[in-house]
Design a protein around this ligand. Structure first.
Ligand SMILES: Cc1cc2nc3c(=O)[nH]c(=O)nc-3n(C[C@H](O)[C@H](O)[C@H](O)COP(=O)(O)OP(=O)(O)OC[C@H]3O[C@@H](n4cnc5c(N)ncnc54)[C@H](O)[C@@H]3O)c2cc1C
Length: 309
């Protein structure tokens, strides 16, 4: 039995754990990955907007978070797989057999990149699927590549790859791109980049590595194959909330609905950071949500203890 179980060790979960420790709460953090840090691990650019720190990339900021929490008293279990949970009863069963219970649960499970869900996407992971334009540009220098998506992230990655690749084909579903004008103007003047609007990548093909994509284009009679050696997908994010389905209120996209104290529709269950669909998903917001939830829980527990004295 713990005071608090925190699910997720990204910026939100680590901040909540740090605050729970400071407030004297017995806390266990459950992280599904080997490494803590969440999305920070996929930030390859410098982070300039988290006040008080300048970090060369997300991993560097994650290391600072880890350094600041290493002497804290909370427990952190990595590589954890939650088998089932009952938010009302505050119980969690792990695949490894442990059964956990707490007075409060903090959900800090964040987001993951949305996938296309097409053949080849998983199979070619690490064999031609490009993780990031900033990180992988040099590895794909001289190769023809395809970028899928119509927002800022797709546009920015296409521009980065075009610095090293002879051709970059950007495929998106809409008539117009959603990316900001600054990016779309650069896309249209860059002679390495071709934009296919109203188009879809149907599958990623190849042998040992990616060799082509099958594309469906509006106006084309039938899908066609285009030779590429790399594919980068940026079609948005989705919240990691499947395991909480039907146990608390979520919006139509699966984000957890919370009130001003980060509490969900289930008493003493809180959701913080990106999973709670903040207007601006940021490290600062995630860290702030962790502090709020921990302080609310500590205040409630101390009120209960005072009453029972
Ligand atoms: C490329 C990129 C650049 C960015 N740049 C900036 C920037 O410059 N400034 C800024 O403020 N923000 C930036 N962000 C956004 C910022 O990284 C996020 O807002 C922040 O990481 C959200 O933190 P979080 O803890 O809510 O979620 P996440 O970082 O998503 O962490 C969630 C954690 O929960 C874990 N988890 C998920 N499901 C489970 C489960 N079932 N069981 C156990 N653990 C689970 C995950 O493995 C992960 O470790 C950027 C994001 C990206 C992708």
């Amino acid at each position: 039995m713990h005071d608090v179980l925190i699910i997720g060790a990204g910026p939100a979960g680590l901040s909540a754990a740090r605050w729970c420790d400071e407030l004297g709460l017995d806390t266990l953090v459950l992280e599904q990955n080997e490494e803590v840090g969440g999305q920070l691990l996929s930030v390859h650019n410098s982070i300039e907007n988290y006040l008080g720190v300048r970090a060369a990339n997300g991993r560097e900021l994650r290391d600072l978070f880890a350094e600041q929490t290493k002497d804290c008293d909370f427990d952190l279990w990595r590589n954890v797989e939650i088998q089932s949970l009952d938010l009302k009863a505050k119980t969690i069963a792990l695949r490894s057999g442990e059964k956990l219970q707490a007075i409060a649960i903090i959900i800090a499970t964040g987001l993951r990149r949305r996938k296309l869900g097409i053949p080849g996407e998983d199979e070619f992971s690490g064999r031609g699927i490009i993780e990031s334009g900033a990180k992988d540009r040099d590895a794909f220098a001289g190769k023809d590549v395809c970028v899928v998506g119509g927002g800022d992230a797709a546009a920015e990655n296409a521009l980065l790859l075009a610095q090293a690749c002879p051709t970059v084909t950007l495929v998106h579903r809409g008539k117009k791109m959603r990316a900001r004008r600054e990016f779309t103007e650069q896309l249209h003047t860059n002679h390495c980049i071709t934009v296919f609007p109203e188009s879809r990548v149907l599958s990623i093909l190849g042998g040992d590595r990616v060799a082509a994509v099958a594309i469906e284009r509006a106006g084309a009679i039938q899908p066609f194959q285009m030779a590429v050696q790399g594919v980068l997908v940026r079609v948005g994010f989705q919240p990691n909330t499947e395991i909480f389905q039907s146990q608390l209120e979520m919006d139509e996209q699966g984000y957890v609905i919370v009130g001003s104290q980060q509490e969900t529709s289930v008493g003493n269950v809180f959701a913080i950071g990106d999973v709670a669909n903040p207007l601006a998903p940021t490290i600062s917001g995630a860290v702030g949500g962790g502090a709020t939830a921990a302080k609310v829980i500590a205040a409630r527990l101390s009120a209960v203890q005072n009453r029972s004295r």
